[in-house]
Design a binder for this molecule. Structure first.
Ligand code: SF4
Ligand code: FE
Length: 472
């Protein structure tokens, strides 16, 4: 398994076509807008080599007969789902941001299921074996631009990634994927369809692996609020950050070995369904970890202000923690109430996974509100740290208004609530792994409404009790 330093070095060995603010950046690793996100992924490698976290950060792989980083592993046992969540919470708390490897992890497990007993399964397993041996970071690429939402992919193919040519030795794909978490920090792209598809839409039902440096692949870094502060004292989060890119595919050739399915509508539907479950429960791990940091920063400010013991302050902090644990508890529940797929992969409970993610679209917003309440107005009016450090001005400013400790705590809250850190935290809470309505649709389809009605009918005295006739 790679160390953090080996991971960072391996990024330098790629050829990437990455654009940042209108400029091509060939070696992005030290770029101030990229490095914090590289550091966050590097943490996933570092924990695999620490005695205290090795058990959590790694898992045995039956494919290579050795332990691999948990982000490259399959959910072979129920405990693997729980440990994934625990690992995500630890990383979310250590970095205070998104560590970008979970779409790849949830994607390989969903793809293992979707290709099961299909022609592409062996190809997929061969590729995954290489990913595990080389300890690679994957960019799970799912979300199509979608254009006019009232139209199907066949009516506007340019808004969906699709197969444009089939050759004897492979396929050619074209299109784009949006919101690609960690794309510029990855080694491989795992292309997957973003939605279930209908007959006639076979060209969009494609899953394959592409090198990040493949001919025709370009990436464009997304902007974040206050991203110009990255790498400087006002960044808020001094070390870590998240990353999203637009990934463009302009006639990218994919050799047959790396095509896991092409034109298989059933596999596409299975993949999307399995992935949604895995990834929606993932938010029950990483987001509570991020919320631990936000709660900690708010708590810190109240200590600096010397109001920590005031009853209303304590009550707000308890509320923040209680809402955080609610999300985590739901994620744990989704992982614990799991079932085994015939492919030998354990799947989370679909209903609880969607309830987890649905709460993630709401509760963090209340926690953010409480953090802003506790922080006070200086959160939004604070001068720069450079002013605090200024030889003429600094002492006076620090005496009357802001200690450096207070300023840095406020900057962290600012970053998480509406700065660069809010993109991988707060906005991801809303839209990552599907926007709120997507979860309500799954819930409506998967809840056994008739069973509820039938029990209500019995207890209302309308029907005989066939389930519990022994009790008079
Ligand atoms: Fe992982 Fe959370 Fe980032 Fe998604 S948002 S990749 S689950 S850390
Ligand atoms: Fe995400």
């Amino acid at each position: 398994m790679k160390t953090a330093a080996e991971y960072i070095q391996s990024l330098r060995e790629r050829t990437l076509r990455l654009w940042i603010d209108g400029e091509r950046v060939d070696d992005p690793v030290d770029h101030p807008k990229i490095r914090p996100a590289v550091n966050a992924i590097a943490a996933t490698y570092a924990l695999a080599h620490k005695d205290e976290t090795r058990e959590l950060a790694t898992v045995h792989s039956d494919l290579i007969g050795a332990r691999v980083n948990r982000f490259c592993g399959l959910f072979r046992e129920p405990v693997d789902l729980v440990k994934k969540l625990e690992f995500q919470r630890v990383l979310g708390r250590l970095t205070g941001t998104c560590f970008q490897r979970c779409v790849g992890l949830d994607g390989i497990n969903a793809l293992f299921i979707a290709t099961w007993q299909k022609p592409g399964h062996d190809r997929f397993v061969r590729w995954l074996t290489e990913v595990q041996r080389e300890d690679l970071t994957l960019n799970g690429c799912m979300t199509d631009p979608k254009g006019d939402r009232s139209k199907r992919p066949v009516e506007q193919p340019e808004h969906y990634l699709r197969v444009v040519e089939r050759r004897d030795d492979g396929i050619v794909i074209k299109g784009a994927k949006l919101h690609q978490t960690g794309a510029a920090n990855a080694h491989r792209i795992l292309v997957m369809p973003g939605q279930a598809l209908r007959e006639g839409e076979e060209d969009f039902a494609v899953a394959c692996a592409v090198d990040v440096g493949a001919d025709g692949v370009s990436m464009v870094l997304g902007r974040q609020p206050s991203d110009g502060r990255r790498g400087g004292p006002d960044a808020g989060n001094a070390r870590f950050g998240g990353q999203e890119c637009v990934v463009l595919f302009d006639d990218v050739f994919v050799p047959n070995d790396h095509v896991f399915f092409d034109g298989d509508l059933e596999a596409a539907a299975t993949l999307v369904d399995a992935f949604a479950g895995f990834h929606r429960s993932s938010y029950g791990g990483c987001k509570p970890g991020n919320l631990d940091v936000l709660t900690g920063a708010a708590d810190l400010v109240t200590r600096i202000h010397n109001v920590r013991r005031a009853p209303h302050i304590r009550d707000k902090l308890v509320e923040m923690a209680h809402l955080t644990e609610t999300i985590y508890g739901l994620g744990r529940g989704a992982c614990s109430k799991c079932t085994r797929h015939d492919a030998g992969i354990w799947q989370v409970d679909r209903v609880l996974a969607n309830v987890t993610k649905h709460h993630v679209t709401k509760l963090p917003y209340e926690i953010v509100r409480l953090a802003e309440d506790l922080a006070g107005g200086s959160l939004s009016t604070l001068p720069s740290i450079a002013d605090l450090d200024h030889p003429e001005l600094g002492e006076q400013l620090r005496t009357v208004a802001y200690s450096r400790e207070r300023a840095q705590a406020l900057r962290l809250i600012e970053s998480l609530t509406y700065g660069a850190g809010s993109v991988p935290f707060r906005i991801e809470c809303m839209h990552g792994a599907g926007s709120p309505q997507a979860q309500r649709i799954v819930l409506e389809r998967n809840i056994d409404w008739d069973s509820k009605v039938s029990r209500a009918r019995v207890l209302a005295g309308l029907d005989a009790d066939t389930e519990l006739p022994e009790v008079p």
